[in-house]
Design a protein around this ligand. Structure first.
Ligand code: PLP
Length: 400
């Protein structure tokens, strides 16, 4: 049973079929001969349909290798371009609950290029607000005029909370600060309208919504200043050089357009599964807590695809391994650094104590999820929790 769609989702059969057709053809979209022109036509038609699905103009769709690269171009490229014009803009406002693709890019700028990074914490409910970003802009050295860029997730990859991106972007725009938003967990799960969002740039990846790994887009407003991270053939407005992978572009387009078209029926269906998981965990595990904003049936503050809980007196990692042994694939949501499980920076940023954060468990849904997945999870969960708690108690006793 696969409950880790936020890590990567199951490839959609229609995507596989569309890609297989395209893999069988030859042609570099930059070549001038007929096979090249045919590949170019395929890519440009995909670009148009993607733009349509995501509320962008075709010229705002830049193909990349995925979410990490899109975030890096948005943050590094956006910061460097702004600072090149105005060297006094040294500051970066970054959500404290961002994915490492954004956090580590910001840290790199701080370490190597003298950027001053302010981490803006979410609320206890995991939601990042315009008020917190505006306050951070005013509080730091030089105020808003010294800020080059802000970055905030659209949907948090660990706890699934949704940012009001249009509200945030408009508050920041009044201060002259462009926003990069990581929409990797948002596209296909909540409505994403790039033009309406007011963000300067947004990252999307194919493999989170049933497409292939290795392809994504950076949505970039026409006037968004971006320095490239790599140099070469000048493809994608000179921002992202490299031969375009036509078959992956086809797969990305098929996945995004399917996910977006199915969203009106999928969002309530997944929210019902999400709510069954959360209610089931609360009923089965005394002291368990739902992390982040949640109302049954509601999808505007929490992604319909995300169930995240804190299980008391246990290590999320042991729970994960016990569930895995029982045939349930899920995640703690947080990264493992050098083989050592770390409490999630997201849960800590929300104000939970380290001991509470250690019991984090993320169950994430996707297009192929069914009630049978939830039944299987709820069947094995009580025993797995009891065993993980016993292991935790034994380890604590040994440490004393
Ligand atoms: C919020 C978020 N941003 C960025 C990424 C990175 O995307 P990719 O795996 O396509 O590089 C992920 C994937 O884990 C993610 O969840």
């Amino acid at each position: 049973m696969y409950l880790d769609h936020a890590a990567t989702s199951v490839l959609r059969p229609d995507v596989l079929e569309a890609m297989s057709r395209e893999w069988a053809r030859v042609g570099n979209p930059s070549s001038l001969h007929e096979p090249g022109r045919a590949a170019r036509r395929v890519v440009e038609e995909c670009r148009e349909r993607l733009a349509d699905a995501l509320g962008a103009r075709p010229s705002e769709v830049l193909f990349t290798s995925g979410g990490t690269e899109s975030d890096n171009i948005g943050v590094l490229g956006g910061y460097r371009a702004r600072r090149a014009v105005d060297p006094a803009r040294r500051r970066l406002l970054v959500g404290a609950a961002e994915h490492s693709a954004v956090l580590d890019a910001a840290e790199h700028l701080a370490r190597s290029e003298g950027a001053l990074v302010t981490l803006v914490p979410p609320g206890r409910d995991g939601v990042s607000t315009a008020e917190a970003f505006v306050a951070a802009a005013h509080e730091g050295e030089g105020g808003p005029d010294a800020v080059a860029l802000a970055a905030c997730l659209w949907v948090n990859n660990e706890v699934g909370t949704v940012t009001d991106v249009p509200g945030l972007a408009s508050a920041l725009r009044e201060l002259g600060i462009p926003l990069h938003t990581d929409a990797v967990q948002a596209a296909g799960r909540v409505p994403v309208d790039f033009a309406g969002s007011g963000a300067a740039t947004a990252a999307v990846t194919a493999h989170k919504l049933g497409g292939p790994t290795g392809i994504g887009v950076l949505l970039a407003q026409r006037d968004a200043a971006l320095q490239p991270l790599s140099y070469g053939g000048g493809q994608e407005r000179g921002v992202r050089s490299g031969t375009l992978p036509a078959a992956l572009v086809v797969g990305l387009e098929a996945a995004v357009t399917s996910a977006v078209a199915q969203l009106p029926t999928e969002a309530p269906r997944l929210a019902a599964l999400r709510d069954r998981i959360l209610d089931g965990v609360l009923a089965a595990v005394p002291g368990a807590r739902v992390t982040g904003a949640w109302e049954r049936g509601e999808v505007s503050r929490r992604s319909p695809a995300n169930a995240h809980v804190l299980v008391p007196d246990c290590e999320g990692d042991s729970l994960l391994f016990l569930l895995d042994a029982a045939g349930i694939a899920c995640s703690t949501g947080s990264a493992c650094h050098a083989g050592v499980p770390q409490p999630s920076h997201v849960v800590l940023a929300m104000g939970y104590a380290e001991a509470e954060a250690r019991g984090a468990l993320r169950l994430s849904l996707g297009w192929s999820s069914t009630d049978a997945d939830v039944d299987a999870l709820l069947d094995v969960l009580p025993d797995a929790v009891a065993r993980a708690q016993r292991a935790h108690a034994a380890a604590s006793a040994r440490a004393r």
